[in-house]
Ligand binder design. Sequence first.
Ligand code: NZQ
Ligand code: ZN
Length: 390
Amino acid sequence: MLNFNYYSPTEFVFGRGAEERAGEMIRKRGGTKVLVHFGGGSAIRSGLMDRVTASLDAAGLPYITLGGVQPNPRSSLVYRGIELARAEGVDFILAVGGGSVIDSSKAIALGVPYDGDFWDFFCGKAKPERALGVGVVLTLAAAGSEGSKSCVITQEDGGFKRGCGNELNRPKFALMNPEVTYTLPAYQTACGATDMMAHVLERYFTNEKGVDLTDRLCEAVLSAVIKAAPVAIAEPDNYEARAQLMWASTLAHNDSCGLGREGDWASHQIEHELSARYDVAHGAGLAVVFPAWMRYQLDHDPMRFAQLAVRVWGCDMDFEHPEKTGLEGIERYEQFLKSIGMPTRLGELHVDPADIPAMAGKCKRNNAGKLGFFRPLDTGDIAKILYSAM
Ligand code: NZQ
Ligand code: ZN
């Protein structure tokens, strides 16, 4: 197990009515003027926004609102949010939404106290030293941004989708009421389940030995999601299924499952090229990329794939041919994704094979110029993975 430093300062308030505590929680954190940031309108239509703003009013907190965050959040709205927050003297951002709204809020929070361009933090030009506080009212169990240190934004100038990982990005609090997710369409529910599974799998595929505890945590989160996702899709207002998914989204990505081990993260970087170019939902892109990545990497450590297949997918172990067991696990994973309505081929996302070399060349790399850590990939490998998913 590797040494680690675990910092998870977010206060999680989970359950019915959690959103009504927004005002109180911001006051507790010293916020005096709030920017309420939201997406394309689902939170207004469901009545959630009224409950949230009523809670700010009750706490005597002045606020302004900025909606319009699109899935795969764009830099242009971040620039607008930074200007608005500065002009209005905002000192706290409240994100009401899913990963895109939370990430747009995190980026605004980084940009307000910074003299330069907020994108400096995403292209590696600068490291953030300060940020406004961000609180979250979560409406979608998926990205895990409510507890994560990452923030992912698409820079429209050049079409780059890039992340900034920094402890300053961890929200101060997250208000998580599973009932709020009843209005999610089946497709978004499935995309969310796929994303949280991917967050666990990115961590699962490690070369680190002596990580049995985190392996078992990963397997537990995966098993719970596999059980709850079909229920939530069939019965959108099933509280228990929604609750399992909501907490799983946080556990999958707040690092509990990744401590003491190095994760891979190649599939996420490859997917970011897909969503930057084709504006596909992040979970849908992962449903195509991850199984293809797994097939390509199976021979690197067949026993790890077989362990996953046996413990999570219920496959029988073939000790003489662990790669066969591993492959069966990958096939069951792919079948599961199909069963919840996810695409598993690039063609279903209308990807043009002619774009593959450019996408493969553009993926963000580690310091050695390679992608991922399990078995690092070069541009040729990435292209092969993408071609195999056509
Ligand atoms: O915009 P509205 O109208 O609210 O509709 C949204 C949006 O269209 C809708 N929605 C959200 N909550 C709803 C709802 N519809 C009905 N009822 C509700 N309760 O869902 C759609 C998708 O929302 P979005 O926020 O884009 O989804 P998600 O949470 O999957 O976030 C995806 C973004 O997060 C990034 C992804 O790359 C992508 O940009 N990620 C962020 C991470 C992080 N910061 O830690 C990690 C992830 O790996 C991921 O990369
Ligand atoms: Zn993700």
